[in-house]
Design a binder for this molecule. Structure first.
Ligand SMILES: [Zn+2]
Ligand SMILES: [Zn+2]
Length: 252
């Protein structure tokens, strides 16, 4: 599997003052999956070898916040050729699809096969199995950690925004090939529902994946220099940790 990190912004300032790009992650096996198409995702998609209407099989939203979902409608309009290309799948929490906070327009939902994410549910995206691991506490919206597994058994875990809680450790797999962390903060902040470096270190020590990625940087993280932070995490955990940049590609 190959992962294309379209953007690495996290937090209000870095995202909406465009200090880094946003746009989420493309996961490529035989199929192509767009995870969290935030602001600019449609434009940055074309910095990869792919075209949505030829290559994209599914979009997965971890949660409805705009830094994760702003371009979801545009990406799906393009991937479905406005409804002519059938079989594109959309996975999202219920509150991203229904109710006053929904972010996927109803007419766009009708162009795709829409599935609601729920804890412990599994889905098939052609050869890729998507497993919903656990729900996060994150500013009153539904967020899920996700596992993507290909037929060769390669496992990629995506841990999006949220407050780390001990029960996560019961749901996260041991020895995955890659764990991607939205490690927004360096320092732990008890009143903000985001991951910190301390949380990442705790999870890595316990779960020992083969490799880890940090992304979704706040201004604080950028000031700390993500490359240095990744080295610090690697040396404290023994897990090779990569601080991705906009348009980094990571292979597992
Ligand atoms: Zn969020
Ligand atoms: Zn976020």
């Amino acid at each position: 599997m190959k992962l294309y990190f379209l953007g690495t912004a996290g937090g209000r300032t870095v995202t909406f003052k465009k200090i880094r790009n946003s746009g989420g992650i493309l996961l490529k096996d035989k199929s192509l999956i767009h995870i969290d198409p935030g602001p600019g995702a449609f434009v940055y998609f074309f910095n990869t070898p792919f075209e949505p209407w030829k290559d994209l099989n599914a979009v997965v939203l971890s949660h409805l916040h705009l830094d994760h979902s702003a371009d979801v409608n545009t990406i799906l309009e393009s991937a479905t050729e406005s409804g002519r290309r059938k079989g594109v799948k959309l996975f999202a929490p219920a509150d991203a699809l229904k109710g006053e906070h929904r972010v996927v327009l109803p007419y766009i939902q009708r162009l795709v096969e829409t599935h609601t994410l729920e804890e412990e549910k599994s889905f098939q995206i052609n050869e890729i199995t998507l497993k919903v691991l656990h729900k996060h506490t994150h500013h009153r919206v539904e967020v899920y950690s996700l596992l993507f597994e290909n037929p060769e058994g390669k496992k990629v875990v995506y841990i999006p925004c949220g407050r780390f809680e001990e029960y996560w450790l019961e749901h996260l797999p041991q020895g995955a090939d890659l764990m991607i962390f939205n490690a927004t903060f360096y320092r732990k902040r008890p009143h903000i529902d985001h991951l910190s470096v301390e949380d990442v270190i705790k999870i890595l020590r316990e779960k020992k994946p083969k490799k880890a990625v940090i992304t979704h940087y706040s201004k604080e993280m950028l000031l700390k220099n993500p490359l240095k932070v990744a080295k610090e995490i690697s040396s404290q955990t023994g897990v090779e940790t990569i601080a991705v940049e906009d348009l980094s590609v990571v292979e597992v």
